[in-house]
Design a protein around this ligand. Structure first.
Ligand code: DTR
Ligand code: ZN
Ligand code: ZN
Ligand code: CA
Length: 458
């Protein structure tokens, strides 16, 4: 929806309206030095603490479209059908699954790595995907095992988790999220043989690198047909983050107690990494009390197709998959963003400005008045640029002095749409009052767009 209020507006210190466009404040400029001015600064970051209150983080994380998650399941189902009916370790369906997921991530701008290992005489593969930027010494990881058992396609176990974190990763790319912490996603091989892939990853990760992982989030079976809503009872901060999400939905949760050694969070936990996760249930039986609070069928397994050939795309509860996919995004956004600094006055301009295709730069101006002294070293620039193939677009902030601060470079590979992001710029050499400009230029032919709106928060 285009924000159509014309002209420059100063909005009070905390603006709810513009918040819909602005991602969590304090997100750092990822490695782009400001042009001809002191470089941008990363927002201060501390331990594994959700960056914002539950309600604010819910505002920042996007909805994960269920249709997109199910489209990934359909692809994984087709892969199984074309490869002997499964996606098991050592079978062609597993490597085909890895290649599907990798292709999506490469196209979205992730740095992917395929880690090989051997188990039961067959080659196994872990797929690791890093989102460029963020503090490399504070890594938030989300993982799911991608392999199925040999009996079937493994749609709930664990296409559900794999598809949910894939779509969350793609949402990170669509948002051009620039969290304070580094984001890493992982799809594990040979979990069904005994957590083999994740154990191999953790074992081969240098101790110093393990210590950088501030949280590992595990998602194994999150779309069970007779679902429960279980939260791992491991790291209290991660556990609370998920509980906050479900409290926001008014959905009761239970602690997942019997999962300790039963999925890919176990090797991380054993290595001292804070872990958490979600689970919708496997072969255990739903009680009457659980059916009372969650619906579904008491006296029946949460997933009666667990490790069976009937674990197909029909073996998924859409509500559980939708809620849990959104919970993945909520936790990834909340646990990787910087702590929200106090918000000062915000000035915005919501007038659309067309960006000529492969043409001259255009600007949108904001006149700041009523402030004293210089701008802060953590000036937050929130932009909303609608543009297909956003790799065409270069964005700069131009201060009252005329100095340009690079916000976003062009990219020949970033084919995703729109730049909706918040950058932190060290503008302390600029007087706060004066005319500031967002400068946009399309530097490649085809694909066009416009500045939909932008703001400065001091
Ligand atoms: N071991 C997982 C399924 C599973 C069973 N219980 C739990 C508890 C928590 C997470 C996962 C599970 C598998 O078969 O892949
Ligand atoms: Zn399993
Ligand atoms: Zn599983
Ligand atoms: Ca273009």
């Amino acid at each position: 929806m285009k924000l159509s209020v014309p002209g420059v507006r100063r909005i009070p210190a905390v603006s709810s309206r513009f918040a819909r466009v602005v991602l969590p404040a304090g997100l750092a400029l990822a490695g782009l030095a400001a042009a001809t001015a002191p470089s941008a600064t990363a927002a201060p970051v501390d331990s594994l603490r959700p960056a914002q209150s539950a309600s604010a983080a819910v505002l920042a994380a996007p909805d994960i479209p269920l249709a997109n998650v199910k489209a990934h399941l359909t692809q994984l189902s087709s892969i199984a059908a074309a490869n002997g009916g499964n996606r098991a370790h050592g079978r062609p369906g597993y490597l085909a699954s890895v290649n599907y997921v990798k292709g999506k991530l490469d196209a979205a701008g992730f740095t992917t790595t395929v880690q090989q290992f051997t188990s039961s005489g067959a080659t196994g593969y872990n797929l690791i995907a890093d989102w460029p930027g963020g503090d490399p010494n504070q890594i938030v990881m989300a993982g799911s095992h991608l392999d199925s058992v040999t009996a079937g396609a493994g749609m709930n176990d664990n296409g559900s988790g794999s598809a949910a974190i894939l779509e969350t990763a793609l949402a990170v790319s669509r948002a051009q999220l620039q969290p304070a912490k580094h984001l890493r996603f992982a799809w594990w091989g040979a979990e069904e043989l005994g957590l083999v892939g994740s154990r191999y990853y953790v074992t081969n990760l240098p101790t110093a690198d393990r210590a950088k992982i501030t949280g590992y989030l595990n998602f194994d079976m999150i779309g069970s047909p007779n679902p429960g809503y279980f939260v791992y009872d491991d790291d209290p901060t991660i556990e609370q983050t998920f509980k906050d999400y479900y409290a926001g939905l008014g959905v009761p949760t239970e602690i997942e107690t019997e999962g300790d050694g039963r999925s890919d969070h176990a090797p991380f936990k054993n290595a001292g990494v804070p872990v958490g996760g979600l689970f919708s249930g496997a072969d255990y039986i739903k009680t009457a009390a659980q059916a009372q609070k969650w619906g579904g069928t008491s006296g029946q397994a949460f997933d009666r197709c667990y490790h069976s050939s009937c674990d197909t795309t029909a073996n998924i509860n859409d509500t559980a998959l939708d809620r849990n996919s959104d919970a993945v995004a909520y936790a990834v956004w909340a646990l990787s963003a910087a702590p929200v600094p106090p918000t000062g006055p915000t000035f915005e301009n919501l007038t659309d400005v067309a960006i000529p295709d492969n043409g001259a730069a255009v600007t949108s101006a904001v006149t700041v008045t009523g402030l004293s002294g210089n701008a802060p070293p953590t000036l937050r620039v929130s932009v909303d640029v609608r543009h297909t193939w956003r790799g065409d677009v270069v964005l700069d902030l131009v201060g009252p002095s005329g100095t340009a601060y690079r916000l976003k470079n062009s990219s020949s590979s970033d084919s995703a749409d729109n730049v909706i992001a918040t950058y932190t710029v060290n503008a302390s050499s600029e007087l706060a009052n004066g005319t500031w400009r967002l400068r946009a230029q399309d530097v490649a032919s085809q694909d066009t767009g416009y500045i939909n709106g932008w703001s400065l928060t001091f």
